[in-house]
Design a protein around this ligand. Sequence first.
Ligand code: COA
Length: 275
Amino acid sequence: METKSYATVKVEKEDGISWAILNRPEKRNAMSPQLHYDMLEALTELESDKETRVVVITGAGESWCAGQDLKEYFRALEKNPAEKRKAGWASQEWRWRKLYTFPKPTIAMVNGFCFGGAFTPLIACDFAIAADEAIFGLSEINWGIFPGGLVSRVLAESMTYRDAMYYIMTGDSFDGKKAAEMRLVTYSVPKAKLREETIKLANKLKQKNPAALKAAKEVYKACKTMDYWQAEELMSAKSAALAANDPERGREKGMKQFLDDKTYRPGLGHYDRNK
Ligand code: COA
């Protein structure tokens, strides 16, 4: 296994899966300015790293991420507007823009606490697998603020109106099973099986054509805010771009293996990428 350590983040690479681990367990992986800078750098590197096929974001110790660091991100930056702006930009950049548009599949593996500002990267990831025992909470109201830093916006995308209003306004916490029931996460599993189940999903994604995966997530995510005419145009342009640029020529291979060779059925599985 290849590892790379930043001050507050560790990256472990194994079998095409890169694990970006928030690494401040003694602070429950609360997001300090340094953690924002480190995650931005780590993700930027993984974006174009040839060995990385799938990125998993998880936390060291018992917590996934306890949200923004109240001491280092909020209180300490109050009197430092220049640093506040820089850290604020890095925070939004990795948690939302970079992750939401990441060119490879992303999985949030929620191993423990997930509070407040942690909902932004949670929702930006394509998939989220939680431990049944994980504890989630929109705790902002409990300390006198509201879910900012894009959290309210991403909740509008990923929680029903009733669930969002309830948890934003009560600050009640809920476990991984409840998060799965509300479809805030893709599914939840007992904590003992969390890593194994995450690897299973990552391996499934590794079998698919990377260029098609990239286009598939980009198109779906971009379409959400478009009208039908714009969406039709986008899909037609993306489809032509994929056909022209896919190094694997997946579309042709897939059709040939189904229609001519009759070696597989697309409804039941993927084509042989090695043929
Ligand atoms: N910001 C700053 N420090 C934090 C933090 C946060 N969001 N979350 C945890 N920490 C720090 C604690 O201050 C403590 O530091 P210390 O050892 O120097 O005193 C350390 O992490 C351990 O926290 P502790 O509360 O003792 O751990 P716990 O396991 O009993 O509880 C939590 C864990 C996550 C339930 C609790 O720390 C908490 O409520 N954190 C705030 C969560 C939150 O509201 N986040 C939203 C921010 S947008």
